[in-house]
Design a protein around this ligand. Structure first.
Ligand code: B16
Ligand code: MG
Length: 217
């Protein structure tokens, strides 16, 4: 069957698609893991893309030398988030990934509905800091959902808030967990960056040239 090529709305993942926060996540997890004496590196950080904060703790603790209670895990996550929030205070429009702003302009001119579908509970502060908070008609993020990617909830909520059917939405994702979530939501997905080798994705691009997005609308 031919791939559907025209959509009414686009749901962007945030971290890794709109803005580069990867290094901040890495630094914050690394600082706290070092304090606890738990091994952490960039390869483990890569596995945390699109994954919720508490699920990230479980992945990091695979390297722990003892069992941690739920309370200890929550404390670990809170400490990481405090470091991460401190680092986010240095975030600005300079951290918006190349081509994003011009793509948002072009898509808006064409009347395409724009949404964010992110696992991050820090979505509001990130959008505010990079100055893009007003550009999206709908936000669906870690504060609004009970199950994070690869569950489809975050994208289904975004489509619902745009008042669009899932098949009328294209998701842009950089995480394998996010590609799974989009497909489970019944949406087409353009996989970029780290997810660009994911053969399940409807469309793939190594480096997203955002002007290419226009061909889908
Ligand atoms: P927070 P996305 C995800 O955002 C990040 O990729 C992932 O690394 C992070 O653990 C998750 O948000 C939760 O973030 O701790 O800020 O709630 O890629 O879905 O936009
Ligand atoms: Mg992401």
């Amino acid at each position: 069957m031919a791939k559907k090529m025209h959509f009414k709305g686009i749901i962007f993942d945030l971290d890794g698609v709109i803005v580069s926060t990867d290094e901040y996540h890495y630094q914050a997890w690394k600082e706290v893991s070092d304090e606890y004496g738990i091994y952490f590196d960039y390869e483990i950080n890569e596995r945390l893309r699109g994954v919720s904060r508490m699920e990230s703790v479980d992945i990091i603790m695979e390297k722990a030398e003892r069992h941690y209670t739920e309370k200890e895990k929550t404390d670990f996550a809170t400490r990481k988030n405090n470091v991460y929030r401190r680092l986010l205070s240095g975030l600005s429009s300079r951290d918006i990934l190349p081509g994003v702003e011009s793509a948002l302009d072009l898509l808006a001119q064409r009347g395409v509905l724009l949404a964010i579908g992110s696992s991050s509970k820090n979505t509001p502060v990130i959008l505010e800091r990079i100055g893009l908070a007003e550009r999206f008609q709908a936000i669906s993020d870690g504060n609004h959902i009970s199950k994070s990617k690869p569950d489809p909830e975050v994208f289904l909520l975004a489509a619902n808030r745009l008042k669009l059917a899932p098949e009328d939405c294209l998701v842009v994702e950089d995480a394998v967990a996010g590609v799974t979530a989009a497909l489970r939501a019944g949406m087409a997905v353009l996989a970029v960056g780290s997810a660009s080798q994911d053969k399940r994705a409807t469309f793939r691009a190594l480096d997203l040239s955002f002007s290419d997005l226009i061909k889908f609308f």
